[in-house]
Design a protein around this ligand. Sequence first.
Ligand code: SF4
Length: 222
Amino acid sequence: MKYPVNEVFETIQGEGTHTGVPAIFVRLQGCPVGCAWCDTKQTWELLEDNRVAPELVIQVDGTIGRWAELSVQQLVSAFEDKGFTAKLVVITGGEPCLYDLSELTQYLHDHGYQTQIETSGTFDVLCHSDTWVTVSPKVNMKGGYAVLAQALNRANEIKHPIATQKHIDELDTLLEDIDLTGKTVCLQPISQKPRATELAMKTCIERNWRLSVQTHKYLNID
Ligand code: SF4
């Protein structure tokens, strides 16, 4: 199977449970969810006109909606050619769960990598049983997609950006029927705003949840 890839780069995971871990990011092209504040809008459309050669996406440059189709074997060869040393592969987007990620994650695990998926939870999550799944639920977005119980149940980590109490109430409603045993719930203050950070910290302490700060924004890295 081939996957539409927007960019591949090696950096440090800046958010959630794996904060600080060196990681290879594979950003897949395509997302119909429509979050107004999305910072990767270049990944939304899968336009034939923007298709490029595989070597052009194996570097940090996701500024336009260009993409290339890569097989799992091509991806792992590219990691090796580039001399990437990270052993965690973070599959993000766009919305990576538009695609069945079973073959990709299986191949990566077979080749000594750990995997993580970052998803909005609006599509079924299909992947290796050892893949760490981070659902950052996108509720009531323009695309009109519901957050699926399948995705929330499969999640190892539920990471929610918050600014006000409304966002916490929204998360509570979403998690009403989800068994959180063994799952990590992280609150992430939106844009590092002091009031959001204060509310996130207070709620995390009350509920024994985890605070996720976007460390890459403080460090000024991708
Ligand atoms: Fe952007 Fe992610 Fe929302 Fe898609 S789900 S619009 S990629 S923030």
